[in-house]
Every structure is written in structure tokens, then in C-alpha cells.
Ligand binder design. Structure first.
Ligand SMILES: NC(=O)c1ccc[n+]([C@@H]2O[C@H](COP(=O)([O-])OP(=O)(O)OC[C@H]3O[C@@H](n4cnc5c(N)ncnc54)[C@H](O)[C@@H]3O)[C@@H](O)[C@H]2O)c1
Length: 389
């Protein structure tokens, strides 16, 4: 019986500094993980992580393929930018390894499908860290909703709006290392996927149509470096039941906001209403630097150095499932469809905006995208049907 997984880390950038370093070395899941190797073409990040993990030079690679060829591993965690999740995942699955990814599964429907298919064919585990799935408030909302307490979901609004400093390349220190982060990513890929996934976890609904509206006012006005991107995007999602949700995300809230992400959700149903106070988790501080709402539910530091919270337990549980799978437990494929739907919503919302019209006031009203047709065009009829689309 295996009690530890040999893990290779592919990509050691911001998300590893913010979250995964604690998972690997300071969490209740750390004893399950032996971090054996790292691969990252960025020398600085490679060296930082190699030192942190106390890895010898011959376990630090610029090229992940060399790592896969030279190091005996059970699993890899692929922390590369969204559009670079697919190739390393396919290579790792082909090498017989299990795979853990930060959200979203991939940037495109084709990539997400190829990865899910490869995992099924290889009989290996592909786990995506959508950490809101482990947020106790979302889990409780799901249990209550699925218990029938609120009746049929009709309509809802979810929002997640970051402080401007997240997207502003002029802010010092820069939030993300690359100055073009907010041009290479959108509020949809970075934020909408979290909220859409949370909503689908609570309701179990299948998305049918997406239409996005984007606003570009603040980002293009930034100085000295302007950002050619959206401040805010409202993604309308119609589900197969006819239920409608607006998922509103952005990253141009003044830096005086009470949290890095101001976020919440309201669901209106036939027999009741549900409010999620996601950014009022109970620890408000008045401090010389301002008034803020801390979220110890996401990440908290205990006296003994252990770091907990759903930011850690979400990927931690994926590793527990991998270990159980390696020890003979059947793979639970229940989570696979939502992993796919979030990428469908992401790509469709970006397509909706790309096909929309921008007015002189800086608003872009996107085209409606029928998801069944969109997905069939990408991956064919039979594959689309396997996701009930
Ligand atoms: N859990 C979350 O809420 C959360 C938060 C932030 C980011 N993310 C996700 O995490 C992923 C990484 O984001 P980030 O903010 O850390 O980006 P980042 O740009 O800071 O880091 C990405 C790292 O991947 C490396 N890389 C690029 N190509 C590579 C390759 N072929 N092989 C190995 N390494 C390679 C880069 O050099 C860099 O060090 C993205 O998918 C992002 O959406 C998730």
C-alpha cells in the first residue's frame, strides 16, 4: 500500500508562491507528498523553488520533458499559464502519471477535452483545483440546495471583482510578474471560471448559452502603461433548464476595497433565496493600512507552522484521491463534466466578446453563443454528447 506520492512540479510562478508552496511543505497534506523535481524555463522561479524544496541541481529542469524522462514520479502538478496546461498534461498522462492542475482545466474546449479523454484512456487521474468547491459556505449551499430547500433555481447574480492592483502593471510591487498579465488573461479566465464553477457545483446545472458584455474604461486609461483589456465582464449563462445567471467579474476596483477580491452571490429560486456572504468571512480589521476583511477560511497560519484553509485542502484532497486511486479505489468521474463546462463557458464568453461590437463609450455587447453547437464544432457530435452538450 502506497502512503506517499512522488510529485514533479511543472511551473513555479505566482500561484506556487501564493498557495502551493504551503500545500507542498507546510500542510497536513505535505506528509503525502514527496516533491522530487521541478521544471520551469524561468531560471529565477526554477532556482527559488529548487532551493525551497531542497532539490539537487539534477532534479531541477528547464524542460519538463527531460524531467518526465529522468525522474521516477507518480504525479505532476502543472502550474503553467492556462494555454500551456494541455501539452504537459498529455505527456504526463502518457507517461502513466496522475495530474493536478490549478483552475481552469484549459483555455480551450479542444484542450480540455483532449486532457479529459487522455486521462480516461490512460486510467489515470486528472484533478483540477477549483478551490471554491472546498469552501464550507459553497459546500453547505450545495447540500441545502440539493436537499430541495429552495425549490427550482431561477436566476442569480455572482460577482468577483479584484482590486485594480491585480491588473495594473504600474502598481509597485507588481501583483503578477509579467507586465502584460491583464492583456494575456481576462477577468473571464481568471475569475468567472471560479464563480461559474461554484454555481454549477451548488446547482448541478448544465450550461446551454453564454453571452458576455465587457467594459473597458479604467484599464485603457492607466499610466504610464495602459492595458488593452476589460475592466469588467458580465457573463450571462443560460442553463438547459432555462435558469439564468449573471457572473460579473473584473479587476478595476479601487485599491481601497476591503478585500483583494470583493465577491458574493445571490440565488433566487422558486421557494426561497440564498445569499452567500463570501467576502465577509468574519475577520474584519481596522488597521493603519485601512479597513479590511481577512479570509482565514481560504488560508490560515497556525502556531505550529501548518497552513490550512480551503485554498490548501482543495488541492490536498485531489492528492488524497490520487493516492486512493493508486491504492486501488475506483476513479470517481463525477467531477469531470464541470471541469469541462467551466472551460466551455470561458472560451464561449471570450468568443462572445470577440464577435461583439464595441461602442464609443467603451462597452462591448457580445454575441450569444449556443454551447451545444459551439462544442460540437470543436470536438464533434459524439464527444459533445458525452458531456450532455
Ligand atoms: N488557484 C487559483 O485561484 C489561481 C490563482 C492564480 C493562478 N492560477 C492558475 O495557475 C496557473 C499559473 O498561474 P500563475 O499566476 O502562477 O502564472 P505565472 O506566470 O506566475 O507562472 C507560470 C510559471 O509557469 C512557467 N512555465 C511556462 N511554460 C512552462 C513550461 N513549458 N514548463 C514548465 N514551466 C513553464 C513560467 O516560467 C512561470 O514560472 C494558471 O493556470 C492560473 O490561471 C490559479
Amino acid at each position: 500500500m502506497k502512503n506517499k506520492l512522488r510529485v514533479g512540479v511543472v511551473g513555479a510562478g505566482a500561484v506556487v508562491r501564493e498557495i502551493y508552496q504551503y500545500l507542498y511543505f507546510q500542510s497536513e497534506y505535505s506528509p503525502l507528498l514527496e516533491i522530487c523535481a521541478v521544471a520551469d524555463p524561468n531560471k529565477e522561479n526554477l532556482q527559488w523553488f529548487g532551493n525551497l524544496a531542497k532539490l539537487p541541481d539534477d532534479r531541477c529542469f528547464a524542460d519538463y520533458q527531460k524531467m518526465l524522462a529522468e525522474v521516477e514520479l507518480d504525479a505532476v502538478q502543472i502550474n503553467t499559464p492556462d494555454h500551456l496546461h494541455c501539452r504537459p498534461a498529455l505527456d504526463a498522462l502518457a507517461a502513466g502519471l496522475d495530474v493536478v492542475l490549478p483552475k481552469p482545466t484549459a483555455a480551450t474546449v479542444k484542450d480540455a477535452h483532449a486532457m479529459i479523454q487522455a486521462a480516461k484512456e490512460a486510467g489515470r487521474y486528472l484533478g483540477v483545483d477549483f478551490h471554491k468547491r472546498e469552501d464550507p459556505r459553497i459546500k453547505e449551499a450545495e447540500a441545502r440546495f440539493k436537499g430541495g430547500r429552495y425549490g427550482t433555481f431561477q436566476t442569480g447574480v455572482f460577482y468577483m471583482i479584484d482590486k485594480l492592483l491585480v491588473a495594473d502593471p504600474n502598481h509597485s510591487p507588481r501583483f503578477f510578474a509579467s507586465p502584460d498579465f491583464a492583456e494575456r488573461n481576462t477577468p473571464v479566465s481568471f475569475l468567472t471560471v471560479h464563480m461559474a464553477d461554484a454555481l454549477m457545483k451548488i446547482t448541478g446545472l448544465v450550461p446551454a448559452q453564454v453571452r458576455a458584455t465587457g467594459y473597458s474604461h479604467k484599464l485603457p486609461s492607466l499610466k504610464p502603461r495602459a492595458v488593452n483589456g476589460y475592466d469588467l465582464v458580465d457573463t450571462e449563462i443560460v442553463f438547459t433548464t432555462g435558469a439564468l445567471a449573471h457572473v460579473i467579474t473584473g479587476w478595476a476596483l479601487p485599491n481601497t476595497a476591503w478585500a483583494i477580491a470583493v465577491q458574493s452571490g445571490r440565488m433566487i429560486c422558486s421557494d426561497g433565496l440564498l445569499d452567500l456572504g463570501l467576502d465577509t468571512p468574519g475577520l474584519r480589521e481596522i488597521h493603519a493600512s485601512g479597513l479590511s476583511e481577512a479570509n482565514p477560511l481560504f488560508r490560515n497560519f497556525e502556531k505550529n507552522g501548518i497552513v490550512g484553509g480551503y485554498g490548501i485542502s482543495s488541492p490536498g484532497r485531489l492528492y488524497q484521491q490520487i493516492l486512493a486511486h493508486r491504492n486501488g479505489a475506483a476513479r470517481d468521474y463525477e467531477t469531470v463534466a464541470p471541469d469541462f463546462y467551466t472551460t466551455v463557458i470561458l472560451e464561449a464568453a471570450e468568443k462572445s466578446l470577440a464577435e461583439g461590437k464595441k461602442n464609443e463609450a467603451g462597452a462591448t455587447r457580445g454575441e450569444a453563443i449556443e454551447l451545444g453547437r459551439f462544442v460540437r464544432d470543436q470536438i464533434g457530435d459524439a464527444a459533445a454528447r458525452s458531456y450532455e452538450l
